[in-house]
Write a protein that binds this ligand. Sequence first.
Ligand SMILES: Nc1ncnc2c1ncn2[C@@H]1O[C@H](COP(=O)(O)OP(=O)(O)OP(=O)(O)O)[C@@H](O)[C@H]1O
Length: 746
Amino acid sequence: MTSGPTGAPVELAVSGMTCAACASRVERKLNKLAGVRASVNYATERAVVHVPPGLGDGDVIDTIRKAGYDARVRPRAEDDRAAHTAAITDLRRRLLVAALLAIPLGNLSITLALVPGLRFPGWEALCVLLALPVVAYSAWPFHRAALRNLRHGSSSMDTLVSLGVLASFGWAAWSSFAGGSAPGHWLGFGTTAAGADAVYLDVAAGVTTFLLAGRYFENRSRRSAVDLLTALAGLAVKDARVLRDGVEHVVPAVELRVGDVVVVRPGEGIPVDGEVVDGCSAVDASAVTGESVPAEVTPGDRVVGATVNTTGRLVVRATGVGAHTQLAQMSALVEEAAQRKASVQRLVDRVCAVFVPVVLAVALITLLGWLATGNGAREAFTAAVSVLIIACPCALGLATPTALMVGVARAAQLGILIKGPDALEATRMVDTVVLDKTGTVTTGRMAVVDTASFTGAPEADVLRRAGAVEAASEHPVAAAITAAAGDPPAAVTGFEALVGAGARGVVGGVRITVGTAALMAESGITIPPAAHRWLGTTGPATAVLVAEGGAVTGGIAVRDTVKPTAAAAVADLHRLGLRTVLLTGDNEVVARAVAAEVGIPEVLAEVRPVDKVAAVRELRAAGHRVAVVGDGVNDGPALAAADLGLAMARGSDIATHAADVVLVRDDLTAVPEAIALANRTLTTIRGNLAWAFGYNVAAIPLAALGLLNPLIAGAAMSLSSVLVVSNSLRLRNHRPSRSRSDRPRV
Ligand SMILES: Nc1ncnc2c1ncn2[C@@H]1O[C@H](COP(=O)(O)OP(=O)(O)OP(=O)(O)O)[C@@H](O)[C@H]1O
């Protein structure tokens, strides 16, 4: 991505954010700049900023720096990785120091607090000395962020933690040396003796340890989620053997151009999208499209970059390289989808932004409330510190983006590209799935099964004339007729594609029309009784008529086969409680036959491409939430008109589809899988949010009432973020459940 005078988005890596509140602060500051539209994602640590003309990337970075964070333009995955590894190593070191000191300190201070007889001269000083590195060194990341925020007049969860840790330490150190505090602090297994406020050192060290542990595990899990997201891009083949003047040269794949011819040996990855010009082999696309069985390819077949050549030597001419390969488009789409904000996330961001100041206020009220009701400073302090520690909205901020990231990445592994959170949310609502027939339920690879001549002329003539016209058409029926006609087709002039009806052109001075009976009738072409009789015999095959001039002279019947997994996919959709409808421009008889074969109960036949949109709108108007599955080429408008559009894409034009979900695997079971995975991702998001919200809502009053020990608060708070991220990561193992147990698992 680049920024520029056009206002194209610029992508930045933002560092220094420690919670969702930070992300929403950066976003707010950026959006205050005139003309800027920014979206900042805490989980990926990325900002996508639309910079208007007149502003530069530098202005954006300055704004981020002024907010107390740092940013880099056009981040590279390697830099990200290095920065992340360094951050994790640093956290681990600090955590180790905290844990090593907190354990003896805990034992010592609790024992001495309970048993005054064991106290020795200078025990308070020893405890303070043990706690000092934990509070100063280990907790430094919290203090540093809190200070940075303070300098910019803001606060974050670090402010809460830093205050909590410093307050416990300050109180303990002061009262240990001042001595003389009253006994009676309940530790869960005994009451402290007089002068035992050193036990608060334990709180400071313990809380730091728990929070650091939480942050450490959260960072590691977040890294796994981001890795998953960028895994697709990582599949790209680095080097290629390009064939120049008959000699193979190994060059970096980035230097390849369209038209280059590359050699791919068995076991190697294919470096480009291209067409096989020589060799036969089985190509394993499982990592790219989720297709579980390697596909046989021969000259003329298309291959996709990053798939693996398994058995034979292949020579491939590049048709797509670099950013124009299917893989590059897929990974860009996936990363972009995870970067988009779910509507619920905007709400969470708003909550997080006010959360910290509110918690600071609640902590202060707690402190004053306890003091005002005649309680000791220690009780007041315990409650206030607990509020500070427990209330961090960390889990809340991670709930949505981590689940979204893992869900979208897992879907991509299964060959399902979900374009963003809106698509996920639409999936939940869907109750009706409309499936286009040709190319979606059927293979779209038709073959001629019958030819008729109504004039006594040879049937081959009918085929040849029709073939001459159809050679210029891209329709699957046309492809079948052209293939069956053999011979190079005769020249055609004045070609006209009649969408959803047929084609027309002049061959050898005669106007030839090929298409449906309805087209003939509309064009004023006579249909002889023999043609009507023949149409009655074609059964489930698609029958088209061929006219020369003003009269029908022949007929051609073509047949398509349903995709092998279509019936299983329809059964899976029914199991998910969805209603299915077959939508086609083809005639009722063919449509019913296909529907019966795959188990679809409802049929909308003879619907012209322009009317498909109306059919979808009608279903929606009747109160249904409609998903449309099509090939994304000529049914784009219907996909766009649906609540959820799913396109079965072949080829490298993935990003241009009007669909919300793109299925790169030519297998209809990807549809129920996409719906099931989207539902599960949403369930995960909801579960995460419920947990994170519920935990904060329940825990704050408990802490304010003094029912929560600060140590438990620290542990609970850390655990909750770790739980949320691990819950999201569970989506990584999502396995599609399929109707037929014998189907290979991905
Ligand atoms: N180029 C063509 N040559 C001959 N017949 C055609 C051609 N294009 C369309 N037709 C006829 O018009 C009918 C409707 O075409 P349309 O493309 O709308 O639907 P379809 O091919 O049945 O696919 P879908 O199931 O996706 O709607 C076809 O079944 C076929 O009979």
